[in-house]
Design a binder for this molecule. Sequence first.
Ligand SMILES: *Cc1c(COP(=O)(O)O)cnc(C)c1O
Length: 417
Amino acid sequence: MNFDTALLHGNFGTDETTGATLTPVYQSSAFGQESAEKIEKIFNNQAAGFAYSRISNPTVAAFEKRITFLEGGLASVAVSSGMAAITAAFLNILKAGDEIISKSSIFGGTIDLFKDLENLGIKTHYVAELNEEELRPLINENTKAVFAETIGNPKLDVTDIKSAADIIHGFGLPFILDNTTATPFIVKGISLGADIIINSSSKYINGSSNSVSGIITDSGNYKWTAEKYPVMREYIKFGKFAFTAKLRNDTYRNIGCCLSPMNAFFNTLGLETLGLRMERHCSNALNLAQVLEQLKGIKEVNYPLLITSPYYGTAKKQFGENGGGILTIRLYTKQRAFAFINRLKYAINITNIGDTKTLVIHPSSTIYAHSTAEEKEKAGVYDDLIRVSVGIEDIRDILDDFRQALEYVNSEFPTGE
Ligand SMILES: *Cc1c(COP(=O)(O)O)cnc(C)c1O
């Protein structure tokens, strides 16, 4: 089944009780059962069914099922945000004294989370690339997982998933991949060896920015052991379901980061058009990047599928024609960057990506406001950098908008080039 068909017919049919083409919104906190025996079985995972929406909910389950199919995983757990997904995935396997290795070019919120985890005794080491040379010196008996983003937000570096997974598995570790910026439309991380996939479904999956949410998809491929992951001891018996069983029955349920049924419904609704939207996001972004490269007053244009990108080869090999919907530009100074943002007519100045509308942000003064100069540099965040999440508008209008803003900035604040 091809991707656009899978979005509509994957592993699900119409709603079992009503025939509705999308599972309706079961806006209910709890679900009554006909007998004490039945609810006992549900609580003990011996029968299918629903008890309480912090544990599971039919509308949320319908969304999880679709993402599991699209990512090619074993099971998914949907949560209240992308950050909750990353938090729950790590707390599911780690304890004080453990260590993580992460690429440094990751989302600012995730860097902040890894700082918080230090207070719980969990240390993160950063590397620029997931290769033997960088990883080997950092790995010891406390190292428990390696983390990266498919396309770093906003550095736009591309992780070679297959190569990274092989190296990480060579060290006996699981590979946790944040696929938010790519989505399963561009690449399915599990098919290339990633063990756990994170998606902030607030972004492209939802598509029109109406719900904050996240989802964790387990491949079932990593062999968890009680020796290495003592917090998982009770769940090892579930075999390939160990990670999800612990997540659903313990971490997710006890943290309480459940997704609301209404937001799950909006996500499923948005998901059905993911392929159509991503095609347009990707072609618009490539088009805009290529045009901006030719204009005066721009120091640098970054987009994975520009031949000038250091990640062009990996992007082409792994993604084919679709390099994602995000690009960044550098305008020489912060003053020019601010003036440019203020001058844009259609592009909205906002901290978000993956909306149908074109969005821009100055990451250094916003998302990375809590980061040190060194962290910013490693994440590819500079004072003159603007991140653009290219929408699905008619590209001619977006091109005009960017051209007029640049002309204005060049005349008011010349670079002196
Ligand atoms: C937005 C984002 C997150 C966090 O997701 P929320 O839904 O906002 O909590 C995590 N990773 C990446 C790559 C993101 O872009």
